[in-house]
Design a protein around this ligand. Structure first.
Ligand code: AMP
Length: 592
């Protein structure tokens, strides 16, 4: 395909916010692509070069890309930068500048452009900045004005067509599966075990839905993690699990999916499927020692632990190791960690994900020879509320935040990317009579007043509604930010600020700045109430009404381990609201 055809579709995608229109445009695009082009175009359309988990950084700084634009247009750097500052987008600037020079475009192909972009991304080491500038300048030189606009936005990491994974999956289902529900589910399942849309699309293009049979669990390719529902009390947990459940400690740390090959380097993936191997060198050493039969994929929670007393340290400790690239030696000493394994996804060449939990756990126990740093999560099968409560109390006493109840039912297989009542979390906060915390997505910001003048004073927060693939507001949060957090806000929000309401954001409020849903932070509040303004779970409880969190406050915790679609869902908020209604009616009907 010619690059000009692709950017024509990008123009149309950019002009719509309607998911159905986007889907139709993507279907049209997919149908025109060859098998080889398909993965490349799907990655490109999401602003990527490879599946997200490979973590290929594209981001050229504005100043660097401006140098390329200067070279391609023959204008001095400062002039280009000044233009870009006034338009707010170097992409639009290069488009305009090239129009003046009546540059024609030279029949670039998508494959050719993809290669050039890969070269830019891969340039590293000494002299790499100059190489990037030069290679981009040569590309821009050959681009038509519109092609150049998208090429520049791409290298800046600002393509933002609003094309999300869910919409691509919908489009693939139409293009290769007749748009049926079953086809959509099968395609999503293949994506959930591979986390690679390009791979899924290529298999479909080769042999339609049958092609998905080629996609297996593979060491080195992360599986989308299974998620938990929540419940208001332990009696409810047991009732949902038909009176019998495996309870595990709910460790408050970082989720880690460890891929341990037969030989070669171990890879660790976070809950968001980022490659975090480099952050925990000690686990890379210990995992092959602890796991006899390889290859294997295991999952666990990594917490910081006191080596003298063996006590679990609070979450704040382990969070200091996240994202750290330097001083790793010192960090290993200061913040020793332990990975508590709770699941087994692959053993040898056998996938375990279709096995019920008791089988997976038994295999895991056989497979692992515990070390100081690799252990099994504490687990106990309980059959009554008293035992469950005793286990919960023990878990809190041992430094955990609650329990994870897991179904022993044959249906309780590992559901990649799925949230259901097979796993139910029950945390300490529920027992303190407070509403549970909510992991909300920032979708807007309000200017501060008085002491907060010149800064942001409050944030508009939303939950995620996966059924509609949209973000629905549930509160405006201003408390809980200390001075340092307030001072840091503008910088944190800046990359995500946009002028118009981002696609898929639902609210009746208009903040001073809209923010592209990206950042997740934890808020707590007094209670949930029905609201005419907030749109979370709208219509789910009462027609026209959404849910709002009253007296919200930021807990100080940014959930960097969560992406926007991992935030609390509207459906979870409904469950929280209902549990609250149940609890308060129980309290009011109780005798004094
Ligand atoms: P939350 O982040 O509050 O939605 O809780 C779910 C998270 O709890 C999982 O993603 C894991 O990171 C963590 N977790 C801690 N202990 C366990 C366990 N025993 N089983 C499963 N998940 C656990």
């Amino acid at each position: 395909m010619r690059f000009t055809e692709l950017v024509e579709v990008y123009g149309k995608l950019e002009a719509t916010t309607k998911r159905l229109e986007m889907r139709a445009l993507l279907v049209g695009l997919i149908e025109r692509l060859s098998i080889d082009e398909l993965p490349e175009v799907l990655y490109l359309s999401q602003g990527l070069l490879r599946p997200e988990y490979e973590g290929i950084e594209l981001g050229m700084a504005d100043s660097l890309a401006a140098k390329s634009v200067a070279l391609a247009t023959g204008l001095p750097d400062p002039e280009v930068l000044a233009e870009a500052r006034s338009s707010g987008d170097l992409g639009t600037t290069v488009e305009r500048l090239l129009e003046n020079r009546s540059s024609a475009g030279a029949g670039l192909t998508v494959a050719g452009v993809y290669q050039v972009l890969t070269k830019i991304a891969r340039a590293s080491g000494e002299g790499s900045q100059e190489t990037k500038v030069q290679v981009l300048a040569e590309l821009l030189h050959r681009c038509s004005p519109t092609e150049a606009k998208y090429a520049v936005r791409f290298v800046l990491g600002k393509l933002r067509l609003g094309v999300r994974e869910m919409t691509i999956l919908d489009a693939l289902a139409v293009a290769f599966g007749g748009g049926t529900k079953e086809a959509r589910a099968q395609i999503e399942a293949a994506f959930n075990v591979s986390s690679d849309l390009g791979l899924v699309a290529q298999a479909l293009a080769r042999s339609a839905l049958e092609g998905l049979g080629e996609i297996h669990l593979t060491v080195g390719r992360p599986v989308r993690p299974m998620l938990a529902e929540r419940s208001p009390d332990l009696a409810d947990v047991l009732k949902r699990m038909e009176g019998r459940a495996a309870l595990e400690y709910k460790y408050d740390g970082l989720r880690v999916q460890a891929h341990v090959p037969q030989d070669g380097p171990v890879k660790l993936f976070s809950r968001r499927l980022e490659d975090i191997s480099a952050q925990f060198p000690e686990l890379l050493v210990d995992l092959p020692k602890a796991i006899a039969r390889r290859p294997a994929i295991v999952e666990g929670e990594c917490v910081s632990i006191d080596p003298e007393t063996d006590e679990i340290r609070p979450f704040q400790e382990i969070s200091r190791r996240r994202g750290r690239k330097y001083d790793l030696e010192r960090m290993q000493q200061e913040i020793p960690v332990c990975l508590f394994l709770f699941d087994l996804l692959l053993e040898g060449d056998r996938s375990q994900i279709d096995e019920p939990l008791p089988e997976r756990r038994a295999h895991l126990a056989k497979l692992v020879r515990p070390t100081d740093r690799i252990r099994l999560a504490v687990q106990k099968v309980v059959e009554n509320v008293d035992d469950a409560q005793a286990f919960f109390d023990q878990s809190i006493a041992d430094g955990c935040e609650g329990v994870m109840a897991k179904s022993l039912d044959p249906g309780g297989t590992y559901h990649p990317g799925g949230r259901g009542f097979w796993w139910i979390k029950y945390k300490r906060e529920y027992t303190q009579g407070l509403a549970d915390s909510v992991d909300g997505v920032v979708v807007g910001a309000f200017h501060g007043k008085g002491r907060r003048g010149g800064k942001y004073g409050a944030l508009l927060m939303a939950v995620y509604n996966p059924d509609q693939d949209r973000y629905e507001s549930f509160c405006k949060v201003g408390s809980g930010f200390d001075d340092a957090a307030l001072d840091a806000l503008p910088k944190r929000l800046k990359p995500f600020e946009v002028d118009d309401r981002p696609e898929g954001v639902l609210t009746e409020l208009t903040p001073d700045r809209w923010i592209t849903p990206t950042l997740v932070l934890e808020v707590r509040g007094a209670e949930l109430s029905l609201s005419p303004i907030h749109r979370a779970a709208v219509d789910l409880i009462r027609p026209g009404a959404g849910l709002a969190l009253r007296f919200p406050r930021f807990t100080g915790r940014y959930r960097e381990d969560k992406g926007p679609t991992d935030a609390t869902t509207s459906q979870e908020l409904v469950a929280l609201y209902r549990s609250q209604v149940r609890q308060s009616s129980a309290t009011t009907s109780a005798p004094e």
